[in-house]
Design a protein. Sequence first.
Length: 310
Amino acid sequence: MRKRLFPTILTGILWLGAANLASATDLDTIKERGVLRHLGIPYANFVTGSGDGLDVEVTQRFAKYLGVRYEYVESSWERVFGDLTGKQVPQNGSTAVRDVPIRGDLIASGLTVLPWREKLLDYSDPTFPSAVWLIARADSKTAPIAGSGNRQRDIAATKTKIGRSSLLVKEATCLDPALYDLNGKGLDIRNYARSTNPNEMVPAILNHLAEMTLLDVPDALMALEKWPGQIKVIGPISDVQIMAAGFRKSSPDLRQAFNAFLESIKRDGTYASLTRKYYPTALRYFPEFFAAAAPRDAGPRPKAGEIAFK
């Protein structure tokens, strides 16, 4: 029932939020205020929670580009869309939509582009490549797929690997099993309700809360470095996804300015430098995405035996 109600709820949010959006701040108001408010959620190396991160540094530079002061506003996955739009998005199937204060001007926190989110906000040009992978503990008897070179065949092969294993997911995020046609298949799916932070998915399976989990690529790259030899990638669950910054639909000028800024730091190499700082392996795993930003010194392509099914 929840999944059937969600599109209707989102349509209602758009109608209910029309008046609020009309008065929301855009570029001129931000410049008059003198502050750009960055809505962030501690997640992977996009927002570390320690005052830095890829999206933190990019947004700090964007504020300087606009000639205003940067202000970080911490949010959460449950409330961040309300913090941006002024309408709280239901996360548990409830049809109640609440008016809430607008606390920020853009979301930049490793935000995956998903169809239901596009009904709520507008995205910038792509900032980072992603996908969702199936992750298991290293001691699992399930072996990684042998990549076929065909993405759809690899996804189908990965799904069969779940079998009778318990699978940890997080609904209402990019790790929602409904996005990948995993519900209703007789799988042992366990929603991780203790936290909305995807950073906690790998520790959860290492603590035997489930045998496998879904994880998006940036978090998986970090996890492979943080817990070497303790987890393995079984294969892809999704097609290629992208991440981007999120803006209110009433802020086209701010979004346009961000896109112009993003293009400039990709062109002068700043973005490649920041990516290497926070995701050292991303440029070699996604050379096509970062080609324009880093035509040189992107690092070697994956070797045989590494994660090459992407």
